[in-house]
Each structure stands twice: as structure tokens, then as C-alpha cells.
Write a protein that binds this ligand. Structure first.
Ligand code: ADP
Ligand code: MG
Length: 351
């Protein structure tokens, strides 16, 4: 009874709790929060100093008593307390204002494929701790496929490749379930690290990861794309220890990223090989969809298509697909209950 009462007035939420970015979708309204998954904490008091974009801007620039934390690693909670605080901050932020006493929301949270029971429980507990009345966990790849408008409910094989910050998840989805999948710890963060490593080994330049990410986004590519580009790379000279700026070219950045790109392609091929023939036939005909921020790397769709012999499409707005897919589930309770992973708790307090 209370469940219904609260359900009527509370604004249910869908949260894409990513390694790089956290998005909050409010039922009936759309995406209301889209911020980096970064929190700055005061070590002396444990208080939050900043969350999201403002915390990310502090990365690498904090005095000793402030620590910036990325509480998720490869989609898995590595710092429970900070994740809980971050969720609480975001849930309260979107809940503020409408009613004098905002009822606690039902929350759908996206999770990676390779979570252990303990890790799954941590996501549930952190979301309850963040203020949820009821929590449903849904595999991100299914949400991403829904967000990309793939026919996830039908008996048709769809392949989704989600390239996030910490991991790439490759999945074959049919009838609202994941049939075959692979997950690899090679995605956006690893690409940034490859640029840092390249700068040190080839150019004698010590680079911060934020600078590496900027270069990747500005001129990074998986394949030549017709136009030649260059971009200033600012770092510290390995030999003199002094600041130095050099121009890097798209070819150099491509060289740095090639290993990550190769690993993603290899794993797509392996997933295709283990896919049952009927579903594989659907995928060869219909192609695969790239989602997540890594899908935006120039030429990645083309090089994957060339090496796998199947059509590849980049999802529209790939950074928000999972959040939009999870949001769709808020409007279809039966589908949500059918897709959600079994809860690690029997029941919540109020439902
Ligand atoms: P997560 O779900 O793990 O939080 P996202 O799907 O939000 O990850 O993607 C974040 C990753 O996408 C980051 O590593 C970021 O550097 C990368 N990214 C964002 N835009 C681009 C781009 N234009 N080219 C290449 N990588 C990008
Ligand atoms: Mg993601």
C-alpha cells in the first residue's frame, strides 16, 4: 500500500553508474544529471568537497588534505562509501524542489556483465544508502541496446559493443537476455594510458592523463580518415624536467591507440565465433552497434567492419544510450521486472 502511495508521487530514477560518467534519468523528464564519476573528499572531516565536473577539474591539483576519488573501477564499485555519497548527492539533487517531503524513489541502476554476487550487492546497498526505496539492477548492455533502439525483446540476435571508461562489453542480446558476452578491461582509460606511455617512450614527454584524454578526443582515430591533424601536447620533458610542448599528429596518436583497437576487434571476433549460428546469421545481416563514449573514436566503426565483415553502426548519442534505455524501463514495469537481475535482498523495507 505504501509502495503504491509513494510510487504515485515519487519521481522514479534510472542511473547509469559508469566508471567515467554517471547519468541520472528522471521518469517523465529525461536525463537530468550527466557528470563525471569523480568525488573530492576532505580527508580530515570525510566531508564531500565536490562531486562530478567540479571534482574532476580538481584531479591532480589538490592539496594534501583533499583527495579526488573515482569510486568505480571497470564499472565495479571500488570505494563503497564514496559511491554511496555520490549517489546520495545526485539522488537528492534531482529530488529537490517538487514536494516538501520528497518520497524516496524507485531506482533502476545499470551494472556490468561480470559482477560477482558480492559486487552486485554493493551496488544495491549503495543505492539504498543513497536514498532509494526500491532498487532494480539491469545489465548495461541490454539498456544500451534498448537505447540504440535494437529489437531486444524479439527473437532476433543483436550485437552491442559498449566501450566505456574502464571496460568494453561485447554482448549478443535476444529475447531480453544476454546470450553470449565478453568483457575486457580495455576502453577509454586504457587508451589514455597508451597515449601517456607513447609520449614517454617515443617523445620523452611526461604527460598527465587528462591531457592524454583531450588529445584522444581532439585528434584520436582508429584508422586514417582523410584529413591530417595535429595538436599541441604539453607535458614535462623527461630529460630536462622542464615543461615542453610539441605538436603530435593523428598518425602518432593512432599508433599509440592501435593496440587497444586491435584487442577490441579480436574480442568481437571471438564473441562472434561462440555465438550460436542462428543468432550469428542475424548479426551478419543486421550488423553490430557501438555505444559508450569510446564509440566516438574516429574510424572505429569502419575498422571493425573491415576486420569482422559485418556492418557496424555507431549508436546515436552513444554517451547517453544506457541511461535512455534504463529510462525506458521506468515506463514498463512488467518488462523491468522481467529484465532485472534477481535482488540480493529478499524485500526492501517499504515494499
Ligand atoms: P562509462 O560508461 O564507463 O562511464 P562512457 O560511456 O561515459 O564510460 O565513456 C567514457 C569514455 O569515452 C572516456 O574514456 C572518454 O575518454 C571516451 N570518449 C568520450 N568522447 C570520446 C571521443 N570523441 N573519442 C574517443 N573517446 C571518447
Ligand atoms: Mg557505460
Amino acid at each position: 500500500m505504501f509502495g503504491n502511495l509513494f510510487g504515485k508521487f515519487s519521481r522514479n530514477l534510472a542511473i547509469d553508474l559508469g566508471t567515467a560518467n554517471t547519468l541520472v534519468y528522471v521518469q517523465g523528464e529525461g536525463i537530468k544529471i550527466n557528470e563525471p564519476s569523480v568525488v573530492a573528499v576532505n580527508n580530515r572531516t570525510g566531508a564531500l568537497v565536490a562531486v562530478g565536473r567540479s571534482a574532476r577539474d580538481m584531479l591532480g591539483k589538490t592539496p594534501p588534505h583533499i583527495t579526488t576519488v573515482r569510486p568505480l573501477v571497470k564499472g565495479i564499485i571500488s570505494d563503497f562509501e564514496v559511491t554511496e555519497k555520490m549517489l546520495k548527492y545526485f539522488i537528492e539533487k534531482v529530488g529537490r524542489g517538487k514536494f516538501a517531503i520528497a518520497p524516496r524513489p524507485l531506482v533502476v541502476v545499470g551494472v556490468p556483465l561480470d559482477l560477482t554476487e558480492v559486487e552486485r550487492k554493493a551496488v544495491e546497498d549503495a543505492t539504498f544508502g543513497g536514498g532509494a526505496r526500491k532498487v532494480y539492477l539491469v545489465e548495461e548492455v541490454i539498456a544500451g541496446a534498448m537505447g540504440a533502439r535494437l529489437p531486444t525483446s524479439e527473437s532476433v540476435g543483436s550485437m552491442i559493443v559498449d566501450i566505456g571508461g574502464g571496460s568494453t562489453e561485447i554482448a549478443v542480446v535476444s529475447l531480453n537476455g544476454v546470450v553470449k558476452w565478453r568483457s575486457l578491461p580495455v576502453a577509454g582509460d586504457e587508451m589514455n594510458r597508451s597515449i601517456v606511455q607513447y609520449a614517454r617512450e617515443v617523445l620523452n614527454l611526461v604527460l598527465g592523463e587528462k591531457v592524454a584524454e583531450e588529445i584522444k578526443i581532439k585528434i584520436g582515430s582508429a584508422q586514417e580518415f582523410g584529413e591530417q591533424m595535429e595538436y599541441p601536447m604539453r607535458g614535462r620533458d623527461l630529460l630536462t624536467g622542464l615543461p615542453r610542448e610539441i605538436m603530435v599528429t593523428d598518425a602518432q596518436v593512432r599508433d599509440a591507440l592501435s593496440r587497444s583497437v586491435r584487442q577490441i576487434i579480436e574480442n568481437i571476433k571471438i564473441t562472434l565465433e561462440i555465438t550460436p549460428p542462428e543468432l550469428a546469421a542475424d548479426i551478419y545481416e543486421r550488423g553490430l552497434v557501438l555505444s559508450g563514449g569510446g564509440a566516438l573514436l574516429r574510424g572505429l566503426d569502419k575498422i571493425i567492419s573491415q576486420h569482422s565483415d559485418i556492418p557496424v553502426r555507431v549508436a546515436d548519442d552513444p554517451l547517453t544510450g544506457v541511461a535512455r534505455g534504463l529510462g525506458m524501463l521506468l515506463d514498463d514495469n512488467a518488462l523491468l521486472k522481467g529484465i532485472a537481475l534477481p535482488s540480493t535482498r529478499e524485500t526492501s523495507v517499504l515494499n
